[in-house]
Design a protein around this ligand. Structure first.
Ligand code: FAD
Ligand code: UDP
Length: 398
Protein backbone atom coordinates (compact mmCIF):
# COMPACT_ATOMS: atom_id res chain seq x y z
CA UNK A 1 0.00 0.00 0.00
CA UNK A 2 1.26 3.46 -0.85
CA UNK A 3 1.72 5.91 2.02
CA UNK A 4 0.42 8.85 0.06
CA UNK A 5 -3.03 10.46 0.02
CA UNK A 6 -2.49 12.56 -3.10
CA UNK A 7 -0.25 12.45 -6.15
CA UNK A 8 0.91 15.51 -8.06
CA UNK A 9 2.58 15.22 -11.44
CA UNK A 10 4.87 18.20 -12.08
CA UNK A 11 6.48 20.72 -9.73
CA UNK A 12 5.74 23.94 -11.62
CA UNK A 13 3.23 26.52 -10.37
CA UNK A 14 0.26 24.21 -10.80
CA UNK A 15 1.85 21.28 -9.01
CA UNK A 16 3.60 23.24 -6.27
CA UNK A 17 0.55 25.26 -5.23
CA UNK A 18 -1.71 22.20 -5.34
CA UNK A 19 0.79 20.18 -3.30
CA UNK A 20 1.18 22.83 -0.62
CA UNK A 21 -2.54 23.32 -0.20
CA UNK A 22 -3.37 19.63 0.04
CA UNK A 23 -0.47 19.07 2.44
CA UNK A 24 -1.09 22.08 4.63
CA UNK A 25 -4.82 22.75 4.53
CA UNK A 26 -5.91 19.17 3.85
CA UNK A 27 -3.29 17.47 6.02
CA UNK A 28 -2.71 14.99 3.21
CA UNK A 29 0.53 13.15 2.57
CA UNK A 30 1.46 14.36 -0.91
CA UNK A 31 3.87 12.84 -3.40
CA UNK A 32 5.15 15.18 -6.12
CA UNK A 33 6.85 13.58 -9.13
CA UNK A 34 8.91 15.87 -11.36
CA UNK A 35 10.68 14.80 -14.50
CA UNK A 36 13.27 17.58 -14.48
CA UNK A 37 16.13 17.83 -12.01
CA UNK A 38 14.62 20.92 -10.37
CA UNK A 39 11.34 22.39 -9.15
CA UNK A 40 9.64 25.50 -10.55
CA UNK A 41 8.73 24.24 -14.04
CA UNK A 42 9.28 26.90 -16.65
CA UNK A 43 9.63 29.60 -14.00
CA UNK A 44 12.86 28.01 -12.73
CA UNK A 45 15.83 30.36 -12.34
CA UNK A 46 19.45 29.73 -11.39
CA UNK A 47 22.92 31.26 -11.51
CA UNK A 48 24.79 30.78 -14.78
CA UNK A 49 28.52 30.06 -15.08
CA UNK A 50 29.34 33.73 -14.53
CA UNK A 51 27.14 34.02 -11.44
CA UNK A 52 24.29 35.88 -13.10
CA UNK A 53 20.74 34.95 -12.16
CA UNK A 54 19.01 33.77 -15.33
CA UNK A 55 15.63 32.32 -16.26
CA UNK A 56 16.47 29.02 -17.90
CA UNK A 57 13.17 28.76 -19.80
CA UNK A 58 12.49 32.35 -20.85
CA UNK A 59 11.89 35.65 -19.07
CA UNK A 60 9.28 35.51 -16.29
CA UNK A 61 7.81 38.66 -14.80
CA UNK A 62 5.12 38.29 -12.17
CA UNK A 63 1.97 40.40 -12.47
CA UNK A 64 -1.60 39.99 -11.26
CA UNK A 65 -4.78 41.76 -10.28
CA UNK A 66 -5.77 38.85 -8.08
CA UNK A 67 -5.18 39.72 -4.44
CA UNK A 68 -5.61 36.13 -3.29
CA UNK A 69 -2.89 34.94 -5.68
CA UNK A 70 -0.50 37.69 -4.64
CA UNK A 71 -1.09 37.06 -0.93
CA UNK A 72 -0.66 33.32 -1.34
CA UNK A 73 2.70 33.60 -3.10
CA UNK A 74 3.80 36.33 -0.69
CA UNK A 75 3.89 33.68 2.04
CA UNK A 76 6.88 32.17 0.26
CA UNK A 77 8.74 35.19 -1.04
CA UNK A 78 9.38 38.88 -0.56
CA UNK A 79 9.18 40.92 -3.74
CA UNK A 80 11.45 43.25 -5.61
CA UNK A 81 9.44 46.12 -7.06
CA UNK A 82 9.76 45.88 -10.81
CA UNK A 83 7.63 47.14 -13.69
CA UNK A 84 8.53 45.57 -17.00
CA UNK A 85 9.08 47.95 -19.89
CA UNK A 86 9.69 46.78 -23.45
CA UNK A 87 10.81 48.63 -26.55
CA UNK A 88 10.74 47.58 -30.18
CA UNK A 89 14.04 47.76 -32.07
CA UNK A 90 13.48 48.04 -35.81
CA UNK A 91 15.00 49.44 -39.00
CA UNK A 92 14.21 53.06 -39.87
CA UNK A 93 12.07 53.11 -42.97
CA UNK A 94 11.05 56.77 -42.85
CA UNK A 95 14.18 58.97 -43.01
CA UNK A 96 12.10 62.20 -43.01
CA UNK A 97 11.00 61.56 -39.44
CA UNK A 98 13.27 62.79 -36.68
CA UNK A 99 12.42 60.50 -33.78
CA UNK A 100 12.60 61.99 -30.29
CA UNK A 101 14.47 58.92 -29.08
CA UNK A 102 18.11 58.38 -29.99
CA UNK A 103 18.66 56.14 -33.00
CA UNK A 104 21.67 54.03 -33.82
CA UNK A 105 22.85 52.21 -36.92
CA UNK A 106 19.82 53.18 -38.98
CA UNK A 107 17.52 51.64 -36.39
CA UNK A 108 15.01 53.19 -34.04
CA UNK A 109 12.95 52.31 -31.01
CA UNK A 110 9.50 52.84 -29.59
CA UNK A 111 7.61 51.58 -26.54
CA UNK A 112 5.62 48.34 -26.81
CA UNK A 113 2.65 48.08 -26.28
CA UNK A 114 2.36 50.74 -28.97
CA UNK A 115 1.13 53.94 -27.26
CA UNK A 116 0.80 57.68 -27.87
CA UNK A 117 4.57 58.13 -27.43
CA UNK A 118 5.28 55.29 -29.86
CA UNK A 119 3.29 57.27 -32.44
CA UNK A 120 5.61 60.26 -31.98
CA UNK A 121 8.70 58.07 -32.29
CA UNK A 122 7.35 56.57 -35.47
CA UNK A 123 5.92 59.67 -37.16
CA UNK A 124 7.79 62.57 -35.55
CA UNK A 125 6.63 64.86 -32.77
CA UNK A 126 4.08 66.99 -34.64
CA UNK A 127 2.51 64.37 -36.87
CA UNK A 128 2.59 61.87 -33.99
CA UNK A 129 0.63 64.30 -31.81
CA UNK A 130 -1.92 64.92 -34.54
CA UNK A 131 -2.43 61.20 -35.13
CA UNK A 132 -2.65 60.63 -31.38
CA UNK A 133 -5.46 63.19 -31.21
CA UNK A 134 -7.18 61.40 -34.07
CA UNK A 135 -7.13 58.17 -32.03
CA UNK A 136 -8.31 59.99 -28.92
CA UNK A 137 -11.28 61.36 -30.87
CA UNK A 138 -12.22 57.79 -31.77
CA UNK A 139 -11.49 55.91 -28.53
CA UNK A 140 -11.65 56.92 -24.86
CA UNK A 141 -8.42 58.25 -23.34
CA UNK A 142 -6.56 55.62 -21.28
CA UNK A 143 -8.42 52.82 -23.04
CA UNK A 144 -6.81 50.15 -25.18
CA UNK A 145 -7.76 48.52 -28.43
CA UNK A 146 -6.49 45.34 -30.02
CA UNK A 147 -4.65 45.55 -33.32
CA UNK A 148 -7.30 43.43 -35.03
CA UNK A 149 -10.06 45.78 -33.79
CA UNK A 150 -8.09 48.88 -34.75
CA UNK A 151 -7.72 47.57 -38.28
CA UNK A 152 -11.53 47.43 -38.56
CA UNK A 153 -11.91 51.17 -37.92
CA UNK A 154 -13.51 52.72 -41.03
CA UNK A 155 -11.67 56.07 -40.81
CA UNK A 156 -8.90 55.87 -43.45
CA UNK A 157 -6.39 57.77 -41.31
CA UNK A 158 -6.96 55.40 -38.38
CA UNK A 159 -6.69 52.44 -40.73
CA UNK A 160 -3.35 53.86 -41.86
CA UNK A 161 -2.14 54.00 -38.24
CA UNK A 162 -3.40 50.46 -37.71
CA UNK A 163 -1.58 49.27 -40.82
CA UNK A 164 1.61 50.90 -39.58
CA UNK A 165 1.34 49.19 -36.19
CA UNK A 166 0.40 45.90 -37.82
CA UNK A 167 3.45 46.05 -40.08
CA UNK A 168 5.94 47.40 -37.52
CA UNK A 169 4.83 45.58 -34.36
CA UNK A 170 2.72 42.55 -35.13
CA UNK A 171 2.97 40.78 -38.43
CA UNK A 172 6.67 39.90 -38.55
CA UNK A 173 7.00 39.21 -34.83
CA UNK A 174 3.92 36.99 -34.93
CA UNK A 175 5.25 35.13 -37.98
CA UNK A 176 8.49 34.49 -36.10
CA UNK A 177 6.70 33.39 -32.93
CA UNK A 178 3.86 31.33 -34.43
CA UNK A 179 4.72 30.77 -38.11
CA UNK A 180 1.33 32.34 -38.83
CA UNK A 181 -0.14 35.82 -39.27
CA UNK A 182 -2.09 37.66 -36.53
CA UNK A 183 -5.33 36.78 -38.35
CA UNK A 184 -4.50 33.08 -38.34
CA UNK A 185 -3.76 32.74 -34.62
CA UNK A 186 -6.12 32.96 -31.65
CA UNK A 187 -7.16 36.66 -31.39
CA UNK A 188 -6.63 36.50 -27.60
CA UNK A 189 -2.90 36.16 -28.26
CA UNK A 190 -2.30 39.51 -29.95
CA UNK A 191 -4.89 41.04 -27.58
CA UNK A 192 -2.30 40.48 -24.81
CA UNK A 193 -0.38 43.42 -26.30
CA UNK A 194 -3.02 46.04 -27.22
CA UNK A 195 -2.56 49.53 -28.65
CA UNK A 196 -2.78 52.01 -25.78
CA UNK A 197 -4.58 55.35 -25.84
CA UNK A 198 -2.23 56.67 -23.18
CA UNK A 199 1.45 57.23 -22.51
CA UNK A 200 1.67 54.26 -20.12
CA UNK A 201 4.75 52.39 -21.30
CA UNK A 202 4.59 49.53 -18.79
CA UNK A 203 4.20 46.11 -20.41
CA UNK A 204 1.65 45.10 -17.77
CA UNK A 205 -0.90 47.28 -15.97
CA UNK A 206 -1.78 44.90 -13.13
CA UNK A 207 -2.10 46.12 -9.54
CA UNK A 208 0.61 43.76 -8.24
CA UNK A 209 3.85 43.42 -10.19
CA UNK A 210 7.33 42.36 -9.26
CA UNK A 211 10.00 39.73 -9.10
CA UNK A 212 10.57 37.28 -6.24
CA UNK A 213 13.31 38.99 -4.25
CA UNK A 214 15.70 36.03 -4.22
CA UNK A 215 14.37 34.46 -7.41
CA UNK A 216 11.62 32.01 -8.36
CA UNK A 217 13.39 28.81 -7.38
CA UNK A 218 13.75 29.68 -3.66
CA UNK A 219 10.05 30.61 -3.64
CA UNK A 220 9.18 27.14 -5.00
CA UNK A 221 11.55 25.44 -2.58
CA UNK A 222 9.83 27.13 0.34
CA UNK A 223 6.39 26.28 -1.01
CA UNK A 224 7.31 22.61 -1.28
CA UNK A 225 9.11 22.52 2.04
CA UNK A 226 6.42 20.94 4.22
CA UNK A 227 6.52 17.78 6.32
CA UNK A 228 3.60 16.30 4.38
CA UNK A 229 5.26 16.82 0.96
CA UNK A 230 7.75 14.47 -0.70
CA UNK A 231 9.28 15.62 -3.98
CA UNK A 232 10.99 13.13 -6.26
CA UNK A 233 13.00 14.83 -9.00
CA UNK A 234 14.29 13.17 -12.19
CA UNK A 235 11.18 11.04 -12.13
CA UNK A 236 8.86 10.53 -15.07
CA UNK A 237 5.43 9.97 -13.53
CA UNK A 238 4.29 8.13 -16.64
CA UNK A 239 6.65 5.32 -15.71
CA UNK A 240 4.94 5.02 -12.31
CA UNK A 241 1.33 5.84 -13.08
CA UNK A 242 -1.07 3.58 -14.99
CA UNK A 243 -4.57 4.36 -16.18
CA UNK A 244 -6.79 1.38 -16.88
CA UNK A 245 -10.54 0.86 -16.88
CA UNK A 246 -11.35 3.92 -14.81
CA UNK A 247 -8.73 3.00 -12.23
CA UNK A 248 -5.47 4.79 -11.43
CA UNK A 249 -2.47 2.80 -10.29
CA UNK A 250 0.74 4.08 -8.74
CA UNK A 251 3.69 1.68 -8.78
CA UNK A 252 1.35 -1.13 -9.70
CA UNK A 253 -1.16 -0.56 -6.87
CA UNK A 254 -4.58 1.05 -7.00
CA UNK A 255 -4.37 4.70 -5.97
CA UNK A 256 -7.60 6.11 -4.58
CA UNK A 257 -6.55 9.68 -3.71
CA UNK A 258 -6.65 12.70 -5.99
CA UNK A 259 -4.11 12.82 -8.82
CA UNK A 260 -3.35 16.34 -10.04
CA UNK A 261 -1.72 16.02 -13.45
CA UNK A 262 0.09 19.08 -14.86
CA UNK A 263 1.86 17.46 -17.84
CA UNK A 264 0.71 17.12 -21.46
CA UNK A 265 -2.75 15.66 -22.01
CA UNK A 266 -1.77 13.83 -25.22
CA UNK A 267 1.28 12.22 -23.66
CA UNK A 268 -0.73 10.81 -20.74
CA UNK A 269 -2.79 8.80 -23.22
CA UNK A 270 0.07 7.70 -25.46
CA UNK A 271 -0.81 10.29 -28.17
CA UNK A 272 -3.57 7.95 -29.26
CA UNK A 273 -5.53 10.61 -31.15
CA UNK A 274 -2.35 12.25 -32.46
CA UNK A 275 -0.06 14.86 -30.91
CA UNK A 276 -1.37 18.25 -29.78
CA UNK A 277 0.52 21.01 -31.65
CA UNK A 278 2.85 23.24 -29.65
CA UNK A 279 5.56 25.82 -30.29
CA UNK A 280 8.92 25.31 -28.70
CA UNK A 281 11.75 27.80 -28.17
CA UNK A 282 15.51 27.68 -28.53
CA UNK A 283 17.27 30.05 -26.16
CA UNK A 284 20.56 31.68 -27.11
CA UNK A 285 22.32 32.74 -23.91
CA UNK A 286 25.35 35.00 -24.11
CA UNK A 287 27.41 36.54 -21.32
CA UNK A 288 29.14 39.78 -22.22
CA UNK A 289 32.02 41.58 -20.45
CA UNK A 290 30.10 44.81 -19.86
CA UNK A 291 27.76 46.25 -17.24
CA UNK A 292 24.67 46.34 -19.47
CA UNK A 293 23.86 45.41 -23.06
CA UNK A 294 20.53 47.22 -23.58
CA UNK A 295 18.40 49.88 -21.96
CA UNK A 296 15.39 47.70 -21.14
CA UNK A 297 14.69 44.27 -19.65
CA UNK A 298 13.35 43.08 -22.97
CA UNK A 299 13.79 44.46 -26.47
CA UNK A 300 11.47 43.07 -29.16
CA UNK A 301 12.84 42.73 -32.72
CA UNK A 302 9.49 43.36 -34.30
CA UNK A 303 10.46 43.54 -37.98
CA UNK A 304 13.72 41.77 -38.74
CA UNK A 305 16.06 39.17 -37.30
CA UNK A 306 15.36 35.47 -36.79
CA UNK A 307 14.77 35.78 -33.05
CA UNK A 308 11.78 37.51 -31.45
CA UNK A 309 13.32 39.29 -28.48
CA UNK A 310 16.41 39.80 -26.34
CA UNK A 311 16.10 39.79 -22.56
CA UNK A 312 18.81 41.06 -20.25
CA UNK A 313 18.27 39.46 -16.86
CA UNK A 314 20.04 42.02 -14.66
CA UNK A 315 17.30 44.54 -15.49
CA UNK A 316 14.64 42.11 -14.24
CA UNK A 317 16.39 40.80 -11.16
CA UNK A 318 18.19 43.97 -10.08
CA UNK A 319 21.35 41.95 -9.58
CA UNK A 320 24.43 44.15 -9.18
CA UNK A 321 27.34 42.62 -11.07
CA UNK A 322 29.74 45.08 -12.69
CA UNK A 323 31.58 43.97 -15.82
CA UNK A 324 29.30 41.06 -16.75
CA UNK A 325 25.78 40.69 -18.07
CA UNK A 326 23.84 37.80 -19.57
CA UNK A 327 21.39 38.24 -22.42
CA UNK A 328 19.12 35.73 -24.10
CA UNK A 329 17.65 35.56 -27.59
CA UNK A 330 14.46 33.57 -28.20
CA UNK A 331 13.99 31.55 -31.39
CA UNK A 332 10.59 29.97 -31.89
CA UNK A 333 9.76 26.90 -33.98
CA UNK A 334 7.25 24.05 -34.20
CA UNK A 335 7.53 21.50 -31.39
CA UNK A 336 8.32 18.05 -32.80
CA UNK A 337 8.39 16.00 -29.59
CA UNK A 338 12.08 15.12 -29.96
CA UNK A 339 13.96 14.33 -26.76
CA UNK A 340 14.93 17.49 -24.89
CA UNK A 341 12.38 19.73 -26.63
CA UNK A 342 9.89 21.49 -24.37
CA UNK A 343 6.34 22.33 -25.46
CA UNK A 344 6.10 25.98 -24.37
CA UNK A 345 3.02 27.33 -26.13
CA UNK A 346 -0.19 25.53 -27.06
CA UNK A 347 -1.22 26.42 -30.62
CA UNK A 348 -4.79 27.37 -29.86
CA UNK A 349 -7.32 27.09 -32.68
CA UNK A 350 -10.65 25.30 -33.15
CA UNK A 351 -9.10 22.09 -34.61
CA UNK A 352 -6.53 21.78 -31.86
CA UNK A 353 -9.09 22.57 -29.17
CA UNK A 354 -11.28 19.78 -30.58
CA UNK A 355 -8.35 17.36 -30.45
CA UNK A 356 -7.66 18.44 -26.87
CA UNK A 357 -11.32 17.85 -25.98
CA UNK A 358 -10.92 14.19 -27.00
CA UNK A 359 -8.09 13.72 -24.52
CA UNK A 360 -9.99 15.63 -21.85
CA UNK A 361 -13.01 13.35 -22.34
CA UNK A 362 -10.75 10.34 -21.73
CA UNK A 363 -9.37 11.95 -18.58
CA UNK A 364 -12.89 12.60 -17.32
CA UNK A 365 -13.44 8.84 -17.12
CA UNK A 366 -11.14 8.88 -14.10
CA UNK A 367 -12.99 10.83 -11.40
CA UNK A 368 -9.92 11.25 -9.19
CA UNK A 369 -7.76 12.57 -12.05
CA UNK A 370 -7.60 16.37 -12.33
CA UNK A 371 -5.96 18.25 -15.20
CA UNK A 372 -4.33 21.49 -14.08
CA UNK A 373 -1.91 23.93 -15.71
CA UNK A 374 -0.73 25.29 -18.99
CA UNK A 375 0.08 21.89 -20.49
CA UNK A 376 -2.72 19.75 -19.07
CA UNK A 377 -5.37 22.34 -19.91
CA UNK A 378 -3.81 23.25 -23.28
CA UNK A 379 -4.15 26.98 -22.53
CA UNK A 380 -2.06 30.15 -22.70
CA UNK A 381 -1.97 30.91 -18.99
CA UNK A 382 0.21 33.41 -17.18
CA UNK A 383 1.71 32.40 -13.84
CA UNK A 384 -0.97 34.14 -11.80
CA UNK A 385 -3.77 32.45 -13.71
CA UNK A 386 -2.28 29.05 -12.90
CA UNK A 387 -1.97 29.92 -9.22
CA UNK A 388 -5.61 31.06 -9.22
CA UNK A 389 -6.68 27.80 -10.90
CA UNK A 390 -4.64 25.73 -8.45
CA UNK A 391 -6.22 27.54 -5.49
CA UNK A 392 -9.70 27.04 -6.94
CA UNK A 393 -9.14 23.36 -7.70
CA UNK A 394 -7.78 22.63 -4.26
CA UNK A 395 -10.72 24.53 -2.73
CA UNK A 396 -12.94 21.86 -4.27
CA UNK A 397 -10.66 18.99 -3.22
CA UNK A 398 -10.38 20.09 0.40
P1 FAD B 1 5.04 24.19 -16.13
O1 FAD B 1 5.83 25.31 -15.58
O2 FAD B 1 5.29 23.75 -17.53
O3 FAD B 1 5.25 22.93 -15.15
C1 FAD B 1 4.87 21.63 -15.51
C2 FAD B 1 5.88 20.68 -14.88
O4 FAD B 1 5.42 19.34 -15.04
C3 FAD B 1 7.25 20.75 -15.54
O5 FAD B 1 8.24 20.98 -14.56
C4 FAD B 1 7.41 19.38 -16.20
O6 FAD B 1 8.75 18.93 -16.21
C5 FAD B 1 6.54 18.52 -15.32
N1 FAD B 1 6.06 17.31 -15.99
C6 FAD B 1 5.38 17.21 -17.15
N2 FAD B 1 5.14 15.91 -17.43
C7 FAD B 1 5.65 15.17 -16.42
C8 FAD B 1 5.73 13.79 -16.14
N3 FAD B 1 5.22 12.86 -16.96
N4 FAD B 1 6.34 13.38 -15.00
C9 FAD B 1 6.88 14.27 -14.14
N5 FAD B 1 6.85 15.62 -14.37
C10 FAD B 1 6.24 16.05 -15.49
N6 FAD B 1 3.86 33.97 -17.15
C11 FAD B 1 3.79 35.16 -16.51
O7 FAD B 1 2.91 35.34 -15.66
N7 FAD B 1 4.71 36.14 -16.75
C12 FAD B 1 5.73 36.00 -17.64
O8 FAD B 1 6.53 36.91 -17.83
C13 FAD B 1 5.81 34.76 -18.35
N8 FAD B 1 6.78 34.58 -19.25
C14 FAD B 1 6.85 33.40 -19.93
C15 FAD B 1 7.85 33.25 -20.89
C16 FAD B 1 7.95 32.07 -21.60
C17 FAD B 1 9.01 31.91 -22.65
C18 FAD B 1 7.02 31.02 -21.35
C19 FAD B 1 7.09 29.73 -22.13
C20 FAD B 1 6.02 31.16 -20.41
C21 FAD B 1 5.92 32.36 -19.69
N9 FAD B 1 4.95 32.54 -18.71
C22 FAD B 1 4.87 33.74 -18.06
C23 FAD B 1 3.96 31.47 -18.40
C24 FAD B 1 4.43 30.58 -17.26
O9 FAD B 1 5.61 29.91 -17.62
C25 FAD B 1 3.33 29.56 -16.96
O10 FAD B 1 2.13 30.19 -16.63
C26 FAD B 1 3.67 28.62 -15.81
O11 FAD B 1 4.98 28.15 -15.85
C27 FAD B 1 2.73 27.43 -15.89
O12 FAD B 1 2.94 26.58 -14.80
P2 FAD B 1 2.50 25.06 -14.93
O13 FAD B 1 2.78 24.43 -13.62
O14 FAD B 1 1.16 24.94 -15.52
O15 FAD B 1 3.48 24.44 -16.06
N1 UDP C 1 3.31 40.42 -30.29
C1 UDP C 1 3.81 41.01 -31.42
N2 UDP C 1 4.80 41.95 -31.32
C2 UDP C 1 5.31 42.32 -30.13
C3 UDP C 1 4.81 41.71 -28.96
C4 UDP C 1 3.81 40.76 -29.08
O1 UDP C 1 3.38 40.68 -32.53
O2 UDP C 1 6.21 43.18 -30.09
C5 UDP C 1 2.24 39.41 -30.44
C6 UDP C 1 2.80 38.03 -30.77
O3 UDP C 1 1.87 37.34 -31.56
C7 UDP C 1 2.95 37.41 -29.41
C8 UDP C 1 1.69 37.93 -28.72
O4 UDP C 1 1.54 39.27 -29.22
O5 UDP C 1 3.00 36.00 -29.47
C9 UDP C 1 1.72 37.93 -27.21
O6 UDP C 1 2.88 38.63 -26.76
P1 UDP C 1 3.47 38.40 -25.30
O7 UDP C 1 4.59 39.36 -25.12
O8 UDP C 1 2.36 38.42 -24.33
O9 UDP C 1 4.05 36.90 -25.44
P2 UDP C 1 4.79 35.95 -24.39
O10 UDP C 1 5.58 36.82 -23.47
O11 UDP C 1 3.71 35.19 -23.71
O12 UDP C 1 5.63 35.10 -25.28
Amino acid sequence: MTNYDALIVGAGYAGAVAARRLAEDGNKKVLVLERRDHVGGNAYDCLDASGILIHQYGPHIFHTNDRRVFDYLSRFTKWRRYQHRVIANLPRDNPQVVPPRKTTDGRFFFPVPFNLDSLKNAFGQKEGERLGQKLLDAYPAQSQVTILELRQNPDPEITAIADYVYEHVFVHYTMKQWGQTPEEIDPATTARVPVRLSRDDRYFQDAYQGMPLEGYTPMFERMLDHPNITVELNTDALKRLELADGELRLDGEAFGGPVVYTGQADELFGFRFGPLPYRTLDFGFETLPQDYFQTHGTVNYTVDGDFTRITEFKHLTGQVKPGATTIMREYSRAYTGKDGEIPYYAVINPDNNALYAKYKALADRYPSLRFLGRLAEYKYYNMDAIVAKALALTDTLL
